[in-house]
Design a protein around this ligand. Structure first.
Ligand code: FES
Ligand code: FE2
Length: 437
């Protein structure tokens, strides 16, 4: 019999090291001030996340209604590692389905986005409509010969049983969400009142123009981005452009509002001149200050970050407006997909300012590159260790709770994210250590 060794957590959590499975992981504590590094590296945990989270009882962000205004318009995206097509139907409703042929699994829609009333699989020409229903199959009756048709499908072959796998779809203020689970609660309840209101406010109830896209692949686990977007206080520490040029400094005010489903909204208010330039104490000057300029179109709010668990991230920084989709590609690979948008009544100057400020984000963005660098440093650093290192990340900024705060120097919302995470993943939580007698 194998000798069984135990990995001990400080407060009494433990799990077997011999014959272990990462899925036997015992979470170090219930308030989530500790997170085991293993969740960023384990392939088994990554696979379980696909099943329990992305295909679980959550609403995944898919795209904007403004991207598919007309019948046949479609976009492609990802829900976890599952390829998805989102398309507009004739009756204006929206469908979302898995981009994998019901015949033998080929990718059906190969354009990233476009317009088509029917989608035909390149392999054997199965054809689907915008709802993902199978319309026709080639050689249905087989090959025509002198003796009649030979081959083909049996008489009882029913096309209705071979549609593409569909998601439940709902929308809020022009934003499209999908879920694979029948158990997911209504979208409006899932978003919670404050995030629902913030989406409505920032998208002007969906009355937007799509401004373009960025795609950024980072060598890190997807949860590093989920953590980062729930942690505003890293911004003035890591992003010196924020601190030096007054975009958000340690002295500025902000708040964090959290919800039980891991959604969170973070708001910052940086001090500005009347013109909208950031107030900087730095002696260094930007050659082109447009990157830090701001024109108030949101009641004085200079920064807002709203997360929709697990994959949606609505961000405004200055006059940048974007929605991001987190697309996990593996335990150590994340694709971050940005959809930039603008308001319909923007004048030329504002349109240009928004476009210019996108230089702060995306794969070569001067702010986003710093986040990506840190994520890759963390990933490399923890992958270089091993489970037996018994190492965990610490999340104690702002205490141990997950409640909303009127300040932003807190990791409360990351703790909230992990509470939701362990609940969905079904990890056991270590019992608090009983004091030694
Ligand atoms: S795999 Fe699509 S038609 Fe055969
Ligand atoms: Fe950042």
């Amino acid at each position: 019999m194998n000798q069984v060794a135990f990995l001990k957590y400080e407060n009494g959590g433990k799990r077997m090291l011999n014959n272990q499975s990462p899925l036997d992981l015992i979470w170090p504590n219930a308030n989530c001030t500790l997170t085991p590094y293993e969740i960023f590296t384990s392939k088994e945990i990554f696979e379980l996340e696909q099943e329990k989270i992305f295909r679980g009882p959550v609403w995944n962000y898919l795209g904007f209604e403004a991207e598919i205004p007309k019948h046949g318009d479609f976009i492609t995206c990802w829900v976890g590692t599952t390829p998805i097509v989102v398309s507009r139907n004739e009756d204006k409703s929206i469908s979302a389905f898995v981009n994998r042929c019901a015949h033998r699994g080929a990718q059906v829609v190969r354009d990233v986005r476009g317009s088509a009333k029917f989608h035909t699989c390149v392999y054997h020409q199965w054809m689907y409509n915008t709802e993902g229903d199978l319309e026709s199959v080639s050689l249905h009756r087989g090959i025509k010969t002198k003796e009649g048709f030979k081959g083909g499908y049996p008489k009882d072959f029913d096309k209705r049983h071979h549609c593409l796998q569909k998601m439940r779809v709902d929308t809020h203020s022009g934003m499209i969400f999908g879920t694979f689970s029948e158990e997911t609660i209504p979208l409006i309840d899932y978003l919670g009142p404050v995030v629902a209101e913030r989406i409505k406010f920032i998208t002007r109830d969906g009355d937007i123009n799509i401004g373009g896209y960025h795609r950024h692949t980072i060598k890190c686990n997807w949860k590093m981005m989920a953590e980062n977007s729930r942690d505003m206080y890293h911004a003035p520490q890591l992003h010196h452009v924020f601190q030096h040029f007054g975009v958000l400094t340690n002295e500025d005010t902000g708040s964090v509002e959290t919800f039980d489903k891991g959604q969170v909204q973070i708001t910052g208010y940086a001090k500005r001149t009347e013109k909208g330039d950031a107030i900087s104490k730095s002696s260094v000057e930007l050659k082109d200050p447009r990157i830090t300029r701001w024109q108030d179109d949101r009641d004085g709010m200079t920064l807002s970050v709203s997360n929709v668990f697990p994959n949606g991230l609505l961000t405004i920084v200055n006059n940048n407006l974007s929605m991001r989709q987190l697309r996990p590609k593996g335990p150590d690979r994340l694709e971050l997909f940005y959809t930039w948008f603008s308001y319909k009544d923007d004048d030329e100057e504002m349109t240009e300012m928004r476009r210019f400020q996108r230089n702060a984000f995306g794969p070569s963005g001067l702010v986003a590159a710093e986040d990506a660098l840190v994520f890759e440093m963390i990933q490399a650093s923890i992958q270089a260790g091993s489970v037996s290192d018994d190492q965990q990340a610490l999340l104690m900024m702002g205490g141990t709770g997950t409640e909303s705060t009127d300040y932003y120097a807190t990791e409360a919302s990351i703790r909230g994210f992990y509470k939701q995470y362990i609940d969905l993943m079904g990890f056991e939580v270590a019992k608090p250590k009983v004091a030694a007698e």
